[in-house]
Design a protein around this ligand. Structure first.
Ligand code: HEC
Ligand code: HEC
Ligand code: HEC
Ligand code: HEC
Length: 449
């Protein structure tokens, strides 16, 4: 396989997750635009759409707007939310970043600012003081906002595919104008009147094959909560049309094969010679074809339940980044089905989920121990034969691939970098994935003799 160094722009899901050290993000895979013949142009997509902006709609729909701006501290102690301000603070911060574009904290967990951006007059760090070259060095490119604002399409209309890798400089920022997590990401036109529609072109074009199968109430979330993240490799219109993330399918094994072929979503550990997966948040992929999905349950059903306002008006809770088990309305929704399965109250529903989460977490822990033992054995075997590596034995390649596959399953079970082991229990066939991971581990150990 080929291994590429990933030079990825700051990413869909994790821009803000830098608070947790060691975030690895932004490996990606390939999708297909050609098949659908979709035209990635905002002009064609927004025909007839209402011209309102998020600010106008915020005033018209204060309950929905307020929900979207909410944040919470998740079970890993990381603050998360879908608000414009949070994204702005990160996408526009002149900070030292890793090769993925994520800010790198110092040993105390503080963000490190870029010295050239210091403005002595105001005593603050100002991104406007940085030139394009520094921004590109920081990996702060416009592709970063392709899954943060529908206004990216204006950049695309101006610059074409080059928009993905052009610096996110003052003029690009002026076009986006702080309108991150805008209503148009999920609503076509006036949100009170109109239909839902995933509004970010990026995933629709590159994620074709999966994106076009989704119910709207999954599709709006899937446009960001997916494993597809290879924006910094998009340089030409041809790239946009020919990248095929889902060419082998979207299940856990098909995705592995595709990424292995493309050499993305893996990292080589130079010291040990082992290849590890760095896949993040394949949420929609792993949700597909689960029992819940087949029953018609969607992301929005569990994460955006109906709520009642103080004056008795029913509305959709837009705090989608909330935990369903910390939300009474969501838990009541679960009981529609789970009551028949013997759960009598929202409190018990939450306890049921927590219990399953700890079962899943225990499964992950055991797997990690077994994977570490396999890795150690493989390392020793590789060291023993390194003298004669003129003909690197086939078994070594085969064993390395098996090892990479175990780490792939592990990333699937953990998904995003700030997520608590087990928190995906309602959203994927975790037992199936654990079984596969354990048997690939066994196969690898057996191969080493
Ligand atoms: C524009 C991209 C985007 C869309 C659309 C989106 N999300 Fe998110 N989501 C994110 C990002 C980025 C984060 C991390 C935010 C942070 O760190 O503050 C996040 C965080 C979350 C979290 C909290 C994760 C945690 O660690 O606890 C949940 C839950 C979530 N999203 C669910 C959803 C659901 C459900 C939908 C659809 C209704 C959705 N999101 C739509 C980008 C998106
Ligand atoms: C992550 C996706 C997402 C985003 C972003 C989003 N909405 Fe919604 N919105 C939904 C969903 C899901 C529904 C429920 C639609 C349904 O049940 O048919 C909804 C419904 C609504 C409704 C209909 C009334 C109701 O509450 O059910 C209004 C009004 C609305 N949204 C306003 C807004 C506004 C204003 C914004 C921007 C500030 C916004 N939405 C952003 C997903 C989103
Ligand atoms: C449309 C019906 C339906 C709804 C609504 C529903 N579930 Fe389920 N849920 C099921 C079924 C069916 C199963 C599978 C039971 C089995 O496999 O024995 C299940 C299983 C689960 C499991 C166990 C997964 C496992 O593999 O151990 C969890 C956790 C769960 N649901 C959480 C939730 C939560 C949380 C909600 C609400 C936010 C919810 N469910 C809403 C039907 C539903
Ligand atoms: C059956 C209900 C259900 C469905 C459907 C569902 N989720 Fe979840 N989701 C949950 C529960 C329960 C949690 C765990 C929250 C916790 O542990 O606090 C969760 C957690 C999450 C998290 C955060 C994980 C963490 O560690 O904080 C994200 C992100 C998320 N869901 C996104 C999605 C997306 C995207 C979809 C659709 C592809 C989806 N969810 C579908 C119930 C659901």
């Amino acid at each position: 396989m080929r291994l590429r160094k990933h030079h990825i722009v700051a990413i869909c899901m994790t821009l803000i997750l830098w608070v947790s050290a060691g975030v690895v993000i932004g490996c990606g895979q390939r999708g297909d635009g050609a098949q659908t013949g979709q035209q990635p142009s905002s002009a064609s997509r927004q025909d007839g759409a209402d011209a309102g902006t998020t600010r106008d709609y915020a005033e018209a729909y204060p309950l929905q707007y307020a929900g979207l701006q909410q944040a919470r501290v998740n079970s890993n102690g990381v603050t998360v939310g879908h608000s414009a301000e949070r994204v702005g603070d990160t996408c526009e911060a002149p900070t030292i970043r890793d090769r993925n574009g994520d800010p790198v904290p110092d040993e105390n967990g503080n963000v490190q600012m870029i010295p050239e951006s210091y403005d002595a007059a105001s005593g603050t760090y100002d991104i406007d003081l940085l030139d394009d070259e520094v921004l590109v060095d920081m990996n702060l490119m416009s592709g970063c906002v392709s899954c943060k604002s529908t206004r990216f399409e204006k950049l695309y209309d101006e610059q074409g595919a080059a928009a993905f890798t052009s610096p996110y400089n003052a003029s690009a920022r002026a076009i986006v104008d702080g309108d991150y997590f805008d209503c148009a990401m999920c609503h076509e036109g006036d949100p009170g009147k109109a239909s839902m529609r995933p509004g970010l072109m990026y995933f629709q074009v590159l994620g074709a094959g999966l994106a076009d199968r989704l119910d709207e109430r999954n599709a709006v979330c899937a446009q960001c909560h997916n494993s597809y993240d290879y924006r910094s490799s998009i340089k030409t219109e041809d790239d946009l049309r020919t990248m095929k993330a889902y060419r082998n399918g979207y299940d856990v094994d098909a995705l592995f094969e595709t990424c292995w072929e493309d050499g993305v979503n893996f990292e080589l550990d130079e010291e040990t010679g082992l290849v590890k997966s760095c896949l993040v948040h394949p949420t929609i992929e792993l949700f597909m074809d689960t029992k819940m999905q087949l029953l018609g349950v969607t992301c929005a059903d569990c994460h955006m339940p109906k709520a009642l306002s103080d004056d008795g008006e029913e509305y959709t809770d837009h705090f989608a980044a909330n935990s369903p088990i910390e939300n009474e309305n969501a838990l009541s929704y679960c009981l529609n089905c789970h009551e028949q399965m013997g759960i009598s109250s929202t409190e018990r529903m939450a306890a049921f989920v927590r219990d399953r989460e700890s079962q899943m977490a225990a499964g992950i822990e055991t797997l990690q121990e077994r994977r570490a033992a396999f890795g150690e054995k493989l390392e020793q075997a590789l060291n023993r034969q390194s003298g004669s590596d003129a003909e690197v034995a086939d078994w070594a390649d085969a064993a390395k691939k098996l090892y990479a596959k175990v780490t792939w399953y592990e990333c699937c079970l953990l998904t995003g970098p700030a997520e608590l082991p087990g928190s995906q229990v309602a959203m994927m066939d975790w037992r199936g994935i654990l079984d596969k991971a354990n048997s690939v581990c066994d196969e690898g150990v057996a191969l080493l003799g």
